[in-house]
Design a protein around this ligand. Sequence first.
Ligand code: AMP
Length: 295
Amino acid sequence: MKIIDSIVEMQGVADSLRGLGKRIALVPTMGYFHEGHLNLMRIGRTLGDYLAVSLYVNPTQFAPTEDFEAYPRDFERDRKMAEEVGVDAIFCPDSTQMYPEGYQTYVSVMETTKNLCGRSRPHFFRGVTTVCTKLFHSVKPHVAVFGKKDYQQYVTICRMVRDLDMGIEIVGAPITREPSGLAMSSRNVYLRPEEMESALSLSRSLVEAKGMYEKGERESRVILDRVRGIIERHPHAKIDYAQICHAATMDDIPVIGEQAVLALAVWVGKTRLIDNHVFGEPLDIDHEDSNRGGR
Ligand code: AMP
């Protein structure tokens, strides 16, 4: 596995691979890998002849008050994990290359970013779409894999690639969870033992919502009242948002139709967790465990 830390070198590698008719797959990440990242890499491995994983903690998607400095980093650990999954190259440019002095160009997707995380973190999506555009120009992938754990991000990247004719296939990967149901995240290392039960309230409330949907409930308000009730009874949990949105536009919908996603962002202590469920899709969580705090 190669470690490529230069944009120019990465572009050269990508050009030669394309010249040879090879298909390039990219998994963009901020590192500190867990099984969720590794699953994206395993999917990427099946989609291309050459699998690149980018590892870059992107400063432009963090507000000054957020955890950019504290964000967990461990390059050696990440390197070993990626190698074991069969990654061909880790692309890890530094910020002097990504945002050199005088940098002033940004990519913004206007509508899918207005709601949910776009409200609570106004700077966030512009940072994500800009860095992904730059990573795409370095790695020149035919296909890129994104996790549906960051559902609004996935939808926004799909929109950007389509609107800007980037010619990249975007593949969405299902959410990888701990056996408890907790969606895996690099930020889970911040959680203190006494906050764990509160953290589990997200996935438990999603299981409850799925159950209500399967019994025929379609009114967003009714489902959201139950979801909020489950989360709010936990002492360390504070809801940032709990909304049901159209799964392609990300606009709020009062009644669940064909494409709907229940999206959650919850502060658990000092950690902001997100999770979601697309109605009608699987949600593989052990029900017995989920029901403990569910009702
Ligand atoms: P991050 O390093 O957190 O920016 O995430 C890099 C990629 O991994 C993004 O496409 C995320 O959506 C995806 N990802 C992170 N956690 C999970 C998870 N638990 N399940 C599926 N994908 C995930």
